[in-house]
Design a protein around this ligand. Structure first.
Ligand SMILES: NC(=O)c1ccc[n+]([C@@H]2O[C@H](COP(=O)([O-])OP(=O)(O)OC[C@H]3O[C@@H](n4cnc5c(N)ncnc54)[C@H](O)[C@@H]3O)[C@@H](O)[C@H]2O)c1
Length: 391
């Protein structure tokens, strides 16, 4: 549903009627982003493998019928280049990845081929685009060399990564910075990278992720298996980093950006939650159980592959340069997440009380936008009064 002209937000002004190329639109975050972009009035071209799970949010939202849906492999550079050339996008969001840390121990070479070479294929396709385009290439908070620090990692901290997933995302970051310096100084294309924390939200059905593991166990009346209860993560609702990606690309797309501003914005940004949302896995499970009673069991395995214990993100750069800040704290993020699963359920929920997943997603996006507007965030401001930031 589109808003009236008077109440159009800066985001709507930026995306309505624009062409967006989105890699990874069949995944969890990509499906939410595609749904939001369609709600903003964009024409979306998706490029990804088929949905990997059943159910999948992509199917629940009926996205195949609502956007240009292309099933293709990021590891084929020619396919990426042809797709981007055909779309001639105003905006690019690259979210496609082998995104499961544990799976990267079983598929290390595939993980690097997809996450590093796939990103290079997107960069090469962007190089050949001869029109203005703003792109956000998504990596992760795990791209930092994890020192188990108490303080949050900042954008200039060293990159690294113990496991193949984290190190592949550090590799993608190095490629992004290198391609920017080497090939894009005078190009009409501007791009930034985005590093977000662990996201939660309705419609994630991936294996080996905490919230989907909780929901599957609760739906089946089993105890929730918890592998790493003491590990601390920056939990945030999926709409938080997506608002950051959308706003960052919108700011990058402003033709009036001076060279100095272009360098500031065409760089790496952390999009993490507030400090109170850096919680342990056990805290998250306890919060889920407040909304959906059940039990959990400690399945810590001393022989499990390595995963970092402590990971926090500093987000002052996004706040100071973009005016971006998280909107929902820990409790509201978990409330919205569990509410989505309870109301939409899995593929099996067909009773009269069930809500259509697409309506639920649209409603949650509108609630999130309204909360952001109340918090005075520029991206949610009415276009009349809002301004795009520049230094
Ligand atoms: N979920 C999180 O907590 C989280 C946190 C930080 C960063 N990220 C990053 O955000 C992005 C999206 O994550 P997600 O949770 O939606 O992941 P997901 O696994 O749900 O989706 C991954 C998407 O990438 C596509 N893809 C994978 N391999 C591909 C290939 N070879 N060719 C074409 N498409 C391919 C899939 O088809 C799917 O559309 C990823 O880059 C991920 O690393 C996720």
């Amino acid at each position: 549903m589109s808003a009236t002209r008077e109440s159009r937000t800066l985001l709507e002004t930026a995306y309505a009627g624009k062409t967006v190329w989105l890699a990874g639109h069949t995944g969890f975050k990509g499906s939410w982003l595609a749904h939001w972009l369609l709600q903003l009035g964009a024409d979306v071209h998706g490029f990804a493998l088929p949905p990997a799970t059943t159910p999948a949010l992509f199917d629940q939202l009926g996205l195949a019928e609502r956007l240009h849906h292309q099933v293709a492999d990021l590891r084929a550079g020619a396919a990426v280049a042809a797709s981007l050339r055909a779309a001639q996008p105003d905006f690019v969001f690259h979210l496609a990845a082998q995104a499961i840390l544990r799976a990267s121990y079983d598929l290390p070479a595939e993980t690097w081929a997809t996450n590093v070479m796939g990103t290079i294929h997107v960069l090469e396709a962007l190089r050949r685009l001869d029109k203005p385009c703003a792109a956000v290439l998504v990596t992760t908070d795990k791209c930092y060399e994890n020192r188990e620090w108490e303080r949050g990692y900042r954008e200039e901290d060293p990159l690294g990564g113990f496991d193949p997933y984290s190190s592949s995302k550090a590799g993608a970051e190095i490629a992004i910075a290198s391609w920017r310096r080497s090939f894009f100084a005078d190009a009409p294309v501007r791009f930034a990278s985005a590093r977000a924390g662990n996201v939660i939200g309705g419609g994630d059905w991936a294996r080996d992720r905490l919230v989907p593991d909780c929901i599957r166990a609760l739906q089946e009346g089993r105890a929730i298996p918890v592998r790493n209860p003491a590990a601390t993560r920056p939990w945030q609702h999926v709409l938080e980093p997506l608002s950051g990606y959308l706003w960052l690309a919108a700011v990058l797309s402003q033709p009036a950006l001076r060279p100095h501003d272009k360098d500031l914005f065409a760089s790496a940004f952390n999009f993490g939650p507030g400090l109170e949302s850096h919680r342990t896995v056990a805290d998250l499970v306890a919060e889920v159980l407040k909304h959906w009673p059940g039990r959990w069991e400690d399945k810590s395995d001393p022989n499990a592959p390595h995963e970092a214990q402590l990971l926090k993100l500093a987000t002052d750069k996004a706040l100071h340069l973009l005016g971006w800040a998280p909107v929902w704290g820990f409790a509201p993020a978990v409330t919205a997440t569990v509410a989505w699963y309870r109301q939409a359920g899995g593929a099996a929920r067909t009773d009269a009380a069930a809500s259509a997943p697409g309506e639920l997603a649209s409603r949650q996006i509108r609630e999130y936008e309204a909360a952001a507007r109340r918090a005075g965030l520029p991206w949610a401001a009415p276009a009349r009064s809002g301004e795009f930031p520049s230094n």
